[in-house]
Design a protein around this ligand. Structure first.
Ligand code: K7E
Ligand code: CUA
Length: 661
């Protein structure tokens, strides 16, 4: 055994070395000429707006970022899984429950993929779904407010990478386990030797339902599988609607040095789940009820507050006992991307170490299933014959294919990490028709609507991992980058480099006119049901309950009320409940108090937000508005007097004439 592994290790390390060398070296022609007229194609003149919203995953930032296309200008970073002191996300009392998990309060995650809601396979402009890789979760962000409204934890999972790809009517978003692990539901014992991997480790694919009107998520059911690592997924569409396809690596079931040991077999799998069949089984009571504790956090629009609920159960289906539920298709070399074309006829597998792209035919998959055309089984799940389900292979496209998108004109665009390029090929003929270098080491790439049944086309964007020599240096780490291509003609044309926050992985782009008209401008004050809201300045007050002090504060240009507060003592727990009384678009107020160890509040018109402050020192603590809101913004300030614990200074408060004398 040992010499073999060592040889294999040496081979793999040599390969890794080659990959590293290739990916770091600027390709020839790094400084390329652009045609005259290119600048106009990306230039959005002052006062004009972009054509697309580009919704980009933040990777290790844990957030989702919003850019305009074609300009590449960044509009917003939406706080999702990481706490954000700028907006108070995860710091204000209202938002804290959003970041609760069954492991406790989490202020970070790793965010790789977004999925925009669809109706009949087309973008409908309602929601953005986003996965958390590390502590398995899915978030739903509203396109009305660009805020995270819901985060659901995925039980029986570890590493939620294969997520949150969406079905064509937003029936489900998917969540596939990347790190097989011993399930830790009630009654099972996860304290096992790691070497018992094959026996004890499992992977679970979850189908998370999305309520048609509210978007509310629910872990509808799960499919338990052998301990194979799920990587990416795509729903079927059109004729393949009702199926979910997902790529898997480590069919070797290795648990150490995966770099070598998970690259032993020539082929891993793309799984094909018949989720309509799964629904029937669930309805017929064929699932096992797994007892788990997982959190479901939701945002209430009326109280402007989140709450966290503990869910306790999930239905698990075993595909080895339930026929026609799940099949595996062999796919070369540790498949990463698994993408379905706009017609739903073809499934493209991208093997990270492959030098070809296999394209599977949904019709052939159906025929092979009907004929039981199996080459064997894996963990009790039938494996279809590669040749029986293959539409064909794209030969010599490049090295290290990762992800594929479509333009709706019969072309596919695949990103190649190792050879740093985007390659355009024809889905029917499988011929390469164009290629363009990226700078450098592209991960995901995206065509607006390129994962839907109706791509919007026009542009392609590569999301790159390395940008050496493309931007001004900023110390040891350079910015990550996106690159915009014009794909309206036969040849791809590079138009623009633009930097991104975090590390971009998958992204989608949606026409601005599907989203912009929905954008909420204010929260109506009369609809504010926050229990500590002050709807007018005369409701502003300070109330002591034991050592807890509630400050009901209002903010309007250009004062905070009350702005003089006395009677607070060291050791008190003070809650500033600040209501923004403005009813105008784009007039937030901020709030900060000296010595607070958390963050600021950024309060939208009509909203109430709460900052907890535990004063630690005797003296006067100034507070102020942090958002430049008017010519007299700088005057939007006040004082809180903090007296020693046990002092008898009474609670007094006011503003102007009513200020304590
Ligand atoms: Cu290819 Cu996490 Cu989608 Cu990154 S993954 S590139
Ligand atoms: Cu309110 Cu500055």
């Amino acid at each position: 055994m040992k010499p073999n592994i060592r040889q294999a290790a040496a081979g793999a390390l040599a390969l890794t070395g080659a990959l590293l060398a290739t990916s770091c070296k600027p390709p020839k022609g790094a400084i390329q000429k652009v045609e005259s007229g290119t600048a106009e194609k990306v230039y959005v003149p002052p006062g004009k707006k972009d054509e697309f919203y580009n919704i980009v995953s933040g990777g290790f930032s844990g957030q989702v970022a919003v850019y305009g296309l074609p300009s590449g200008r960044m509009f917003r970073e939406i706080p999702v899984f990481s706490a954000d002191p700028e907006t108070g996300w995860g710091y204000s009392e209202e938002t804290k429950p959003m970041l609760e998990t069954s492991h406790g309060f989490q202020t970070w995650d790793d965010q790789h993929h977004v999925a925009l809601s669809q109706t009949k396979g087309e973008h409908d402009g309602r929601w953005i779904f986003a996965n958390a890789n590390n502590t398995p979760r899915i978030a739903r962000i509203s396109f009305d407010t660009f805020r995270t409204e819901e985060i659901i934890e995925i039980p029986n999972s570890a590493g939620n990478h294969s997520s949150p790809f969406i079905t064509e009517n937003s029936e489900y978003v998917v969540a596939g386990t990347r790190f097989a692990y011993p399930l830790d539901d009630e009654g099972s014992n996860p304290d096992v030797p790691i070497s018992s991997f094959k026996e004890n480790f499992r992977s679970v694919l979850s189908m998370v339902s999305v309520a048609p009107d509210s978007g509310r998520m629910k872990v509808a059911f799960q499919i338990v599988m052998p301990g194979i690592d799920m990587d990416l997924a795509r729903a079927g569409k059109g004729k393949s609607h009702g199926w979910m396809f997902f790529s898997c690596y480590n069919s070797e079931l290795a648990h150490t040095l995966l770099e070598v040991n998970a690259s032993q077999k020539d082929k891993d799998f793309i799984g094909a789940l018949n989720w309509k069949k799964a629904e029937e089984y669930v309805k017929a009571g064929k699932g096992r009820k797994s007892r788990n504790k997982y959190l479901h956090n939701t945002w209430d629009h009326h109280t402007h507050s989140a709450s966290s609920k503990v869910e306790e159960e999930v239905v698990v289906l075993d595909p080895t006992e339930l026929p026609d539920l799940l099949y595996f298709m062999p796919c070369p070399k540790s498949p990463h991307g698994c993408d379905t074309d706009p017609t739903g006829s073809y499934i493209v597998g991208s093997g990270k170490l492959a030098a070809l792209i296999p394209v599977f035919s949904f019709d052939k998959v159906q025929k092979a299933i009907a004929a039981k055309d199996y080459e064997g089984e894996f963990g009790g799940i039938p494996v279809l014959k590669y040749d029986s389900v293959l539409h064909g292979e794209v030969k010599k496209p490049g090295l290290g294919p990762l992800h594929t998108e479509f333009d709706g004109k019969g072309n596919a665009y695949t990103s190649f990490f190792v050879t740093s390029e985007i390659v355009k090929w024809n889905i029917e003929s499988l011929q390469v028709v164009d290629r363009s270098p990226t700078f450098y080491s592209v991960g995901h790439m995206m065509v607006p609507g390129g994962c839907t049944a109706k791509p919007h086309g026009k542009y392609a964007v590569g999301y790159n991992k390395i940008t050496k020599d493309r931007y001004l240096p900023t110390g040891p780490e350079l910015t990550q980058s996106a690159q915009l291509y014009d794909i309206s003609g036969d040849k791809m044309k590079l138009l623009l480099d633009f930097p991104t926050v975090g590390e971009p992985h998958y992204a989608e782009a949606i026409p601005a006119d599907l989203v912009a008209p929905r954008s909420v401008k204010i929260f109506k004050l009369e609809d504010n049901k926050h229990p500590y809201a002050s709807k007018s300045e005369k409701d502003a007050k300070v109330v002591r309950e034991g050592n807890i002090v509630h400050v009901y504060m209002t903010a309007i240009r250009s004062h905070l009320a009350p702005d003089n507060i006395e009677g607070i003592k060291v050791g008190d727990e003070v809650y500033f409940h600040v209501t923004n009384l403005e009813q105008d678009w784009d007039v937030p107020h901020g709030f900060a108090v000296k010595g607070a160890t958390n963050a600021e509040l950024l309060i939208m018109p009509g909203e109430t937000c709460t900052l907890k402050w535990t004063p630690s020192r005797v003296g006067i603590a100034p507070f102020y508005c942090t958002d430049f809101c008017s010519a007299l913004h700088q005057e939007m300030q006040g004082y809180a007097r903090v007296s020693p614990a046990g002092s008898d200074v009474p609670v007094r408060f006011g503003i102007g004439d009513t200020a304590p004398k």
